[in-house]
Design a protein around this ligand. Structure first.
Ligand SMILES: [Cu+2]
Length: 114
């Protein structure tokens, strides 16, 4: 019985340890999309993060940035007006990632590890 208690408390520590760890490796950032493109367009994230979720919200029709495309990551998502679109970026083994609209010239965004 005592052994079982010890084992279950070790398991508990391991599970909660993993949970804290996964929180540390993820982050959510809000990005507003308007006439000026993605705001912020340059997003700095701590080096130790593995994933970052950007919550995009397009707030105007007067923009060409109506989607988020990142070819390297195979991301291509439409941004409906005034709806939050969550996009998870896998940033493991990457220093930076760029994303943009379909033309990929006018509006650009960048994730930079530092
Ligand atoms: Cu565009």
């Amino acid at each position: 019985m005592k052994n079982l208690l010890i084992i279950s408390s070790i398991a508990f520590i391991l599970i909660t340890g993993c949970k804290t760890n996964s929180v540390k490796t993820q982050k959510e950032i809000n990005v507003i999309v308007n006439e000026n493109g993605y705001n912020p367009s340059e997003i700095k994230i701590p080096k130790h993060l593995d994933f970052v979720t950007l919550n995009f919200k397009r707030t105007t029709d007067k923009t060409c940035a109506r989607e988020v495309i990142s070819k390297n990551l195979g991301i291509n998502k439409k941004l409906p007006l005034n709806k939050v679109v969550k996009i998870k970026f896998d940033i493991r083994n990457k220093d930076s990632i760029t994303f943009g609209c379909h033309m990929n010239m006018m509006y650009k965004g960048m994730l930079i590890k530092e």
